[in-house]
Design a protein around this ligand. Sequence first.
Ligand SMILES: *Cc1c(COP(=O)(O)O)cnc(C)c1O
Length: 421
Amino acid sequence: MDHFLYKDGALFAEDVPVSEIAAAVGTPFYVYSTATLLRHFTLFDEALEGVDHLVCYAMKAASNQAILRTLAQAGAGMDVVSGGEYLRAKAAGVPGDRIVFSGVGKTAAEIRLALEGGIRQFNVESEPEMVVLDATAREMGVVAPVTIRINPDVDAKTHAKIATGKSENKFGIPISRAREVYRLAASMPGLEIIGIDVHIGSQLTDLAPFELAYQKVAELTETLRADGHNIRRLDLGGGLGIPYARDNQAPPLPSDYGAMIRKTLGHLGCEIEIEPGRLIAGNAGLMVSEVIYVKSGEGRDFLILDGAMNDLIRPAMYEAYHDIVPVVEPGAGVEKVKFDIVGPVCETGDTFARERLMPPVSAGDLVAFRSAGAYGAVMSSEYNSRPLIPEVLVHNDQFAVIRRRPTFDEMINRDTIPEWL
Ligand SMILES: *Cc1c(COP(=O)(O)O)cnc(C)c1O
């Protein structure tokens, strides 16, 4: 559920007409709903009620300061995957003891940054990383709290680019080697083992792969405890999917996910962490764009928008589907027509949808991409020297620009010309 609904014939973001935001900031832009962000966070928080837990929002999904502040004030922790994200989380007011640091390639500098600023735990992904973490912590005279990410060799049944839990993926340590690697970690004085970490992929639409992975984590917890390790925290990753095509997809609810976690892991008495990103931010954001031209082609009509693949890359990168709806509500019974919906960038990959049935729209009309809140703005670029598009946050009947569009001068002046030219 989200808070982008038609009222009186027009699409609203909470209590603000989307067209009003377009008039104020120009198109294209992203708009997020505070109520939707909070609702999704709360669903996860309530799904684990009664269990000692922390919901760590995977901020790579959407990392604007205002979004982070909104979730942090509701009690969210953050899952970060770079030094930049760590600093962003801190800047938004998240205390270090609510930040977990994931990622296969943490540099010594990033590790130092997090140890200096405070960290809940590092989710360690390899032995060489363990060596650097241990050395850095000892150098600084501190002990780094760690979980080790295990790769459970489970097929997440999602898009290949976002599956992370098979043995051929670059993530974590094979579960078959877990005992050996935990023994090594326990021998390092700069590390304190606190638990186990797992994350098998993104946009999972079935609980079965999660359950399989968590059963393996449960078994491993018992084994490692028998080996003498004090396993007291389980980080279960993120990955719960969202319904991109509303009519025909119903991914599991956070409440079902929570119930499955209790069932598979509840008896262990561990603190539980989860790291949802997409499910918190995805349906909390729209990308709004204007139709520049309707171009008639051979056997098909093209909707050429002012938004492009550099603004929302998911269709080009993951063959992702987004519902695309007119901002003015189509009349009841209006006949849908087929469009290829494209951006102005000079490559065929700049296609959002092919032969998409939608209500007729014309040049100058606004359209909204639903479910664009996660992996949208954060993956945008200035390809074709198109400025990064603004982000807007709505709260009831108020809205605020939370990242403005850069000017062309700002973009050009980031470059410097060497003195020999
Ligand atoms: C990407 C990622 C997440 C979030 O995944 P979603 O599908 O957005 O929920 C969580 N944890 C880790 C380690 C990740 O890499």
